[in-house]
Design a protein around this ligand. Structure first.
Ligand code: PLP
Length: 471
């Protein structure tokens, strides 16, 4: 593709995306293709000769679109938000066009320096502890996902508690980790990958929240048994019901035992952009590491997880291996950051561009307004649920996630959810709380307004009436 052809096809592709933004609300939210349908439409073998770009774009409409669940629809209430925005998409486009690898400062200085600067900006915007700023021993990095951030935290904690031995010769004693039963599955995945083992992950919660007294007891028991407590993972905003662990007291327990505290605030952490929600992140001054995802709820396209460390030394010590072919003067001067040592892979994309574009082109006030609007919509809906004779709230609503249940029991709730999702007019998912089926409405699409929430609430009530009326 010559630059001139790229310009022409690029305009067509951008037109296509702009058209998609305009019509996404009118599309059935949930894809209903049968398993295997998309593949059945594709040729068995790759083309040997070039095909016209128009034909490829036409096949996006014919083959790909039926298999898309529309995460950008204002009627998408499932799982968690996965924001996209115009500036962020354009930032991605430029990052693709530049096609740089930001593994070393020397391999593209702007890729590293813009990222460091964005992470420092975000410390200020979220009012995070100043020990996360790059000017001290700590600093921040963009990871692909919160799962990778948690894995890096576990690896860094393992390095610290074994004084570097675990990654080189293997730990002498079993290492242990602690989290609530509602912590994200990525915590168990991380302790498996890092070699601690699932059986050394202790679940210490009361009612789904990490309990400081239970935590203290569990750490003491492990120490008495000769094990090495390595890391506590606290969650600010659990995936299932948006519970917040009591960070200040958990932090004190971690500090008293010298155990690494990682805080996972994948979705809810960005709410701290608004001062009135900062009480939810109180206690972060105890954290050794912290992560939150602008790709969930801050207008930045996947992937963009922000990960900060109080002291970067343990992570770098765990992950830095320097082959001759990566040696360079800038690294050896000790004056630059080489982000390859802050993550699992070597190569890295220029993700900071899309965050920079989003913050500059939308502005912080618009992002604050979006978060406030979503929270107001969620609390408004919660009030209507509480006032309804047949529905009840299944969890508190501190931010944008509404967990509700029809009083008719699991079968009725399942029917309600299936009916709403089959309609194509909205899409929601479920969880279980104390063994009971709970419907989750996650309000976080940038386009979601009051009329969409009103719409899904009407759908839920209509589906409930149909579910409890025999025949
Ligand atoms: N942690 C929490 C609390 C989450 O809610 C999620 C996703 O829902 C994750 C971690 C995983 O996020 P990611 O997809 O960025 O790995």
């Amino acid at each position: 593709m010559t630059p001139e052809e790229f310009r022409r096809h690029g305009h067509a592709a951008v037109d296509w995306v702009a058209g998609y933004m305009e019509r996404v609300e009118s599309l059935p939210v949930l894809s209903t293709v049968e398993p295997g349908w998309v593949r059945s439409q594709l040729p068995a073998h790759a083309p040997l000769a070039p095909e016209p770009f128009d034909a490829v774009l036409a096949d996006v409409d014919r083959i790909i679109m039926p298999g898309i669940t529309h995460w950008q629809s204002p009627n998408f209430f499932a799982y968690f938000p996965c924001n996209a925005s115009g500036p962020s998409i354009l930032g991605e486009l430029l990052a693709s066009g530049l096609g740089v690898q930001g593994m070393l400062w020397a391999s593209s200085p702007a890729c590293t320096e813009l990222e460091t600067h964005m992470l420092d900006w975000m410390v200020e915007l979220l009012d995070l502890p100043r020990h996360f700023l790059s000017s001290g021993d700590g600093g921040g990095v963009i990871q692909d996902s919160a799962s990778s951030a948690t894995l890096c935290a576990v690896v860094a904690a393992r390095e610290r508690v074994t004084a570097g031995a675990a990654g080189r010769t293997g730990a002498r004693a079993p290492l242990t980790a602690y989290a609530s039963g509602h912590a994200h599955s990525s915590v168990e995945k991380a302790v498996r990958i890092a070699g601690l083992g699932s059986t050394n992950l202790r679940t210490v919660d009361v009612g789904g929240r990490l309990d400081p007294d239970e935590l203290d007891r569990a750490i003491r028991a492990d120490l008495d048994a000769g094990r090495l407590p390595a890391i506590v993972v606290a969650t600010l905003g659990t995936t299932s019901t948006n519970l917040f662990d009591a960070l200040p007291r958990i932090g004190e327990v971690c500090r008293s035992h010298g155990v690494w505290l990682h805080v996972d605030a994948a979705m809810s952490g960005v709410a701290a952009l608004c001062p009135e929600f900062r009480h939810l992140t109180a206690g972060l001054e105890h954290a050794d590491s912290y992560c939150t995802n602008p790709h969930k709820w801050l207008g930045v396209n996947f992937d963009c997880d922000l990960f900060w460390l109080r002291d970067r030394a343990a992570l770098i010590s765990a992950l830095s291996i320097l082959p001759e072919y990566l040696r360079n003067q800038a690294s050896e001067s000790g004056t630059v950051i080489d982000y390859r040592d802050w993550q699992i892979p070597l190569g890295r994309r220029f993700r900071a561009l899309k965050l920079w574009f989003t913050l500059r082109c939308l502005g912080v006030e618009a992002l604050q307004a979006m978060i406030r609007r979503h929270v107001a919509l969620a609390t408004g809906l919660a009030a209507r649920i509480e006032a309804h004779p047949d529905f009840e709230l299944a969890a508190p609503v501190p931010l944008n996630l509404v967990c509700l249940r029809h009083r008719g029991g699991d079968a009725v709730n399942q029917q309600i959810m299936d009916s709403v999702n089959r309609s194509g007019a909205a899409y929601l998912t479920h969880t279980r709380v104390d063994g009971r089926l709970v419907l989750r409405l996650s309000i976080g699409s940038p386009a979601t307004e009051a009329r969409h929430v009103d719409g899904v609430w009407s759908l839920l009530q209509a589906a409930a009436a149909a579910a409890i009326t025999p025949g």
